[in-house]
Design a protein around this ligand. Structure first.
Ligand SMILES: Cc1cc2nc3c(=O)[nH]c(=O)nc-3n(C[C@H](O)[C@H](O)[C@H](O)COP(=O)(O)O)c2cc1C
Length: 206
């Protein structure tokens, strides 16, 4: 079948938009930040990826609004304070990751709310999720706006330069990241997730 998104994202026979089920699996940017007043925030973003290696850069995209009508905390904090941390969520942390997607008041420390231990960062102010498999300390670069066709707020794509990388020692085996030990989780469509615990290797032709 074929459909034009401008005609609607849920043509028959789809019960829900298939869009996010067709770009899979998406890594989850579990973003910690602090507000200008020093409140710690943590939230998952699956419109997330690495987009450059030199310098290393990541992006995440914030759509919709905070429950109070303003921008979500992961956008407001980072635009105001210029720093964030990407925390790599693993299978063991799946429930806590999901908990931090709850809409809560801006003065709630979401790392503490989810029962997660915070560890200090080295080059930026936002703390890291201590038990994540890796953390990237990031400096905010810029926001690229994708105007909503339906006027449903901003689609704000936040770019950050990675200025510090933490890797949990137990996932480093013989000088490489051991994916089977790390077990990162990724977002599929609907409320479904994947865990990466197997892989195959393909050598390039040259
Ligand atoms: C796995 C997962 C992925 C998500 N990805 C996004 C996303 O890419 N963009 C977005 O705006 N919201 C996304 N959300 C919803 C936000 O996490 C949610 O709106 C959260 O309350 C935002 O919190 P904040 O205001 O603390 O930033 C996602 C939720 C989950 C559970």
């Amino acid at each position: 079948m074929f459909f034009d998104p401008a005609d609607g994202m849920r043509p028959p026979p789809f019960k829900f938009s298939p869009f996010k089920s067709l770009v899979v699996p998406r890594p989850i940017g579990w973003i910690s930040s602090v507000s200008a007043g020093g409140i710690v925030n943590l939230a998952p973003y699956s419109f997330f990826n690495a987009v450059a290696e030199d310098p290393p850069c990541v992006v995440y995209s914030v759509g919709g609004f905070h429950a109070d009508g303003g921008p979500k905390d992961s956008l407001r904090n980072v635009e105001e304070t210029g720093e964030f941390v990407f925390n790599l969520a693993t299978f063991e942390l799946r429930e806590q990751m999901n908990q931090t997607s709850a809409q809560v008041a801006r003065d709630v420390d979401e790392m503490a709310m989810a029962g997660l231990a915070a560890a200090p960062s080295i080059k930026v102010r936002p703390p890291r999720v201590r038990d994540a498999a890796a953390n990237f300390e990031c400096r905010y670069m810029q926001t690229v706006e994708i105007p909503s066709r339906k006027g449903q707020g901003r689609n704000a794509v936040v770019f950050g330069e990675v200025v510090g990388i933490h890797v949990r020692d137990d996932v480093i085996v013989e000088g490489m990241i051991d994916i089977k030990k790390m077990r990162p989780i990724a977002r599929l469509g609907y409320n479904d997730y994947a865990v990466v615990d197997d892989f195959f290797t393909v050598l390039r032709p040259d």
